[in-house]
Design a binder for this molecule. Structure first.
Ligand code: MN
Length: 200
């Protein structure tokens, strides 16, 4: 089996002005395509050729850098596009609302914890909202690592933000906190609620 670039369910300019069309086009058609191609090259001829992406990630040999970086890059960006979908109903479920309140105290406290994890990730990486042992947790990972990997922060990711400079530099330059705030304007809580329900 080989992987193909997941298609966006919306146009490159659909997230403007928060995320600009040029950034989206390069990020999807160049960066994500690159991770996808290199993932296929990394699994060619190995036992991973018949595994799905979850099995590849959970069974990963962390010293296999080509597979680690590109399986992570493939999976992380797939989630990223899904959770910014502007065409689906954007309503948070009662279940997710309750879980956020239980874990963080309030939505605002969650937003602060998540934004802080994203802002303080040194260099390139991701911040995540995960379901771990039935509870919500925020964590972050370097490079293209993710919570599903053997040394990851654990749990099932239901929301992730890419804080590599390629995700925001054209529009925000060094202003990562502004990009993080803008990201909150394009999050689709309906999609994340579905991921939350499916994680149990
Ligand atoms: Mn990226």
């Amino acid at each position: 089996m080989s992987f193909s670039l997941p298609q966006l369910e919306y146009s490159y300019d659909a997230l403007e002005p928060h995320i600009d069309a040029r950034t989206m086009e390069i990020h999807h058609s160049k960066h994500h395509q690159g991770y996808t191609n290199k993932l296929n090259a990394a699994i060619e001829g190995s036992e991973n050729e018949s595994n799905d992406i979850h099995d590849i990630l959970s069974g990963l040999d962390m010293t296999n850098m080509a597979l680690r970086n590109n399986a992570g890059g493939y999976y992380n960006h797939k989630i990223f596009w899904e959770i910014m979908n502007p065409n689906k109903e954007n309503v948070m479920s009662e279940g997710l609302k309750t879980a956020i309140d239980e874990a963080f105290g309030s939505f605002e406290a969650f937003k602060e914890a998540f934004s802080n994890a994203a802002a303080t990730r040194f260099g390139s990486g991701w911040a995540w909202l995960c379901v771990k042992n039935g509870q919500l947790e925020v964590c972050s990972t370097p490079n293209q690592d993710n919570p599903l990997m053997p040394n990851g922060c654990g749990g099932t990711p239901i929301l992730g933000i890419d804080v590599w400079e390629h995700a925001y530099y054209l529009n925000y330059q060094n202003r990562r906190p502004d990009y993080i705030n803008a990201f909150f304007e394009v999050i689709n809580w309906g999609v994340i609620s579905e991921k939350f329900e499916q994680s149990f």
